[in-house]
Design a protein around this ligand. Structure first.
Ligand SMILES: *[C@@H]1O[C@H](CO)[C@@H](O)[C@H](O)[C@H]1NC(C)=O
Ligand SMILES: *[C@@H]1O[C@H](CO)[C@@H](O)[C@H](O)[C@H]1NC(C)=O
Ligand SMILES: *[C@@H]1O[C@H](CO)[C@@H](O)[C@H](O)[C@H]1NC(C)=O
Ligand SMILES: *[C@@H]1O[C@H](CO)[C@@H](O)[C@H](O)[C@H]1NC(C)=O
Ligand SMILES: [Cu+2]
Length: 681
């Protein structure tokens, strides 16, 4: 039998009859059960001819039983190692008690295994010490001016590239210089080009390659990320945001929060308008411009039904109704959390008289339990568990455009990211019908929607929200760069790999180059950069537009609603700044014919390189209604991000402080096994 036989043994595990409460069949193995498994396996010699790998037995338990395939089928068996076949002896965790549980060895491994279980911690330390005791490795390290006793090596899984490395457990060891008096972050100091192939079972170096002579090993300066510890810890430079209303609002509209400063107002047509957004890396540094102005320019909602009462339904909610006009006072404690600040709007009525719409915008600091950055270091002298909470500032408005409610969130993160999110709730636009049951609908009758309850069809439709984003990255003159990824074939002479992807930067010259239809299999990143402002290492500073789940219009380009809303023909457009071109569907959208849309302006194909440019992004939703949308819809959301890309010279919140007990006034931190206790303040 082969050495891996032990790993494929199947254990028929029986519960102690002393157990008072019976565990759920999907519970993981308990401490006691694992000990039992271990002792049973240890008392059964795995193989008559032990191979070196079995001198230190491997116990990589698979402690996640598969769920039963059907409610009536027997519960799964806990099994060992990877990758065993399905159990051949179905049983249950609660079968008859026995003092000597049987061990099944009916499953035999293939005689030439083509794969192995995962690395163990002794594999990892052995690989490292094996590599570091090889004289060739020591010499190579010394040749770089490094002390071999201050090197950390990690075994990297070698993958599979053909028969030459088969039938042995191998690791490719990569080494890093340790500068513990400077940093715990050894990953930033690779001994580049040094690769050591180690046979994990024999504990021997197979070969050493060094292709990195002359490449300097960085000293680790400025790379430590710990709050305490380390002689040269970075210190805390950033003001701590969080814990309630950590922002100021000056003059009713200028918002200062953490490392952001921006102007917020309500607009009758656009809803929230965010202007002159500036960010800085740390206290004391200059404010840098990011966005001159951003808002929802139009919201197009075409319905997919051609009959007399429905064909014309293709609303342009911003231009035809007004997102701000439809924004009602937010419901305290429910639309926004306890710690929210509310802003009023002053609008003018149809007679021109001003009126106040109270509480239409709320601002709040969000501490959601997300992580801003973190690392736990396993391969260091002392354990490191370093984490920073994500704290953001949310600016929210809800437009109730007739039946629908659109929740607009502008969320600012301390790492420089802006997330723009739209959530939909409210009521479906439904169509009455005589049908009470799908079974009554003839095959040839298309409902153009879903029977959501008796006598009501939720008609299929879309929502497209087109955002105007006048980005000013470090000033007004910016360029749009498509960072286009394509598959690159590699010749067998170059590498055992056959393909990788490469990316190249295509600077958009004119408006036609700035039109983007998203495609997963022809991907690009979309950067807005300042070609005149280079980072420390020479990259142009920029922000990238990062689409998330979205939808594109399927309508015919000459369909009247699509003509009027031709700004949804692409997901991204770039135009040169023009103060008359703010409303994607035209200055006057009501009964418009589509002769003053973003698509028409873009057809002029004006130059857009190194100019004050406007980025337009359309966030789309296809909405095939479902029963749960009746009688009022649970929210559905999607978003996109504006994320710094080579804008900061390093992680801008490296120096943010972690949270401590008193920084979290709402909930007490919980002890092991306890449910959270939260105070209502
Ligand atoms: C850290 O240690 C190295 C090697 O001992 C030494 O060359 C370097 O000057 C030290 N740096 C600091 C900041 O102490
Ligand atoms: C709806 O039709 C299905 C058969 O397609 C039937 O089983 C069900 O009872 C019907 N429901 C009602 C309320 O009539
Ligand atoms: C932007 O570019 C224009 C030329 O296209 C130039 O006249 C202007 O001075 C530039 N502005 C800044 C702030 O660099
Ligand atoms: C600015 O926009 C308006 C409206 O589209 C247009 O008439 C005008 O020609 C544009 N100006 C420039 C310089 O493109
Ligand atoms: Cu909808």
């Amino acid at each position: 039998m082969e050495s891996l036989a032990v790993l494929l043994l199947l254990l028929l595990l029986l519960l102690s009859s002393l157990t008072s409460s019976s565990p759920h069949p999907l519970d993981p193995l308990t401490f006691t059960e694992i000990s039992t498994v271990r002792s049973i396996l240890s008392s059964h010699p795995p193989s008559p001819t032990p191979t070196p790998s079995l001198q230190s037995p491997l116990f990589p338990f698979s402690n996640h039983p598969k769920p039963p395939s059907s409610p009536g089928s027997p519960p799964p068996l806990p099994s060992l190692a990877a990758p065993p076949s399905p159990p051949t002896h179905p049983t249950s965790r609660t079968s008859s008690p026995s003092t000597s549980p049987p061990v099944s060895s009916s499953l035999t491994p293939p005689s030439h295994p083509s794969a192995f279980p995962r690395l163990t911690s002794s594999d990892i330390s052995r690989a490292s010490s094996t590599a570091l005791s090889d004289p060739r490795v020591i010499r190579t390290i010394q040749n770089r001016g490094l002390d071999p006793s201050r090197i950390n090596c990690l075994p990297l899984s070698p993958g599979w590239f053909g028969p030459q490395e088969e039938n042995r457990r191998l690791a490719k060891v990569q080494c890093f210089a340790l500068f513990y008096n400077i940093t715990a972050n050894f990953y930033m100091s690779p001994v580049e080009g040094l690769t050591v192939l180690v046979d994990l079972d024999v504990g021997a170096v197979v070969w050493v390659r060094d292709e990195g002579r002359g490449i300097p090993v960085p000293t680790g300066e400025g790379t430590d990320y710990r709050y305490t510890g380390g002689a040269a810890r970075p210190g805390v430079m950033m003001e701590r945001a969080g814990g309630g209303t950590g922002f100021e609002v000056e003059g009713g509209h200028m918002v200062k929060w953490g490392n952001w400063e921006l102007h917020v107002k309500a607009d009758e047509r656009a809803g929230i308008v965010v202007s002159t957004a500036k960010v800085r890396e740390a206290e004391g540094e200059d404010w840098r411009t990011v966005m001159y102005k951003g808002f929802a320019s139009e919201l197009f909602v075409p319905y997919m039904e051609g009959s007399e009462g429905w064909y014309f339904r293709g609303y342009m909610d911003a231009g035809e109704y007004g997102l701000g006009s439809c924004a009602m006072p937010l419901v305290r404690l429910n639309d926004c959390p306890r710690n929210a600040y509310y802003m009023d709007a002053v609008f003018s009525g149809e007679d021109g008289r001003p009126f106040v719409r109270p509480d239409v915008i709320c601002l709040f600091e969000r501490y959601t339990g997300d992580v801003a950055w973190r690392h736990s270091e396993l391969f260091s002298d002392e354990p490191i568990h370093e984490s920073r909470p994500k704290v953001t500032l949310v600016i929210r408005m809800v437009a109730s455009v007739g039946n629908y409610d659109y929740i607009f969130d502008w969320e600012f993160q301390q790492d420089g990211l802006i997330k723009i999110k739209v959530s939909l709730s409210g009521m479906l636009m439904v169509k009455g019908t005589a049908y009470q049951n799908i079974s009554q609908v003839p095959k040839e009758h298309d409902l153009h929607g879903t029977l959501v309850t008796e006598n009501l069809i939720g008609i299929a439709h879309d929502h497209f929200i087109t955002f105007y984003l006048d980005m000013d990255i470090d000033g007004p003159n910016n360029s749009f760069v498509k960072v286009h990824m394509t598959k690159q074939q590699i010749s067998p002479q170059e590498s055992p790999r056959k393909s990788i992807y490469k990316f190249n930067r295509e600077v958009a010259k004119t408006e036609k180059d700035g039109r983007i239809k998203l495609n997963l299999y022809d991907p690009s990143e979309f950067h807005i950069v300042n070609p005149a402002r280079l980072s420390k290492v020479g990259n142009p500073t920029g922000y990238k537009l990062v689409p998330a789940a979205t939808a594109a219009s399927l309508l015919d380009l000459t369909d009247p609603p699509q003509l009027r809303s031709a700004f949804t023909n692409n997901q991204i457009w770039i135009t040169p700044y023009n103060e008359s071109e703010e409303w994607a569907g035209g200055l006057f959208a009501y009964q418009s014919r589509g002769d003053d849309t973003l698509a028409v302006w873009s057809d002029r194909n004006r130059p857009i390189e190194n100019k004050d440019i406007v980025t337009w992004y359309t966030l789309g939703f296809h909405h095939i209604p479902c029963q749960e949308d009746y009688p009022i819809m649970p929210t559905v959301s999607s978003s996109f991000d504006l994320k710094p890309v080579n804008f900061f010279d390093k992680n801008p919140i490296l120096r943010a402080a972690p949270y401590f007990e008193d920084d979290l006034p709402v909930c007490e931190t919980t002890a092991r096994g306890e449910l959270p206790k939260c105070n209502s303040i």
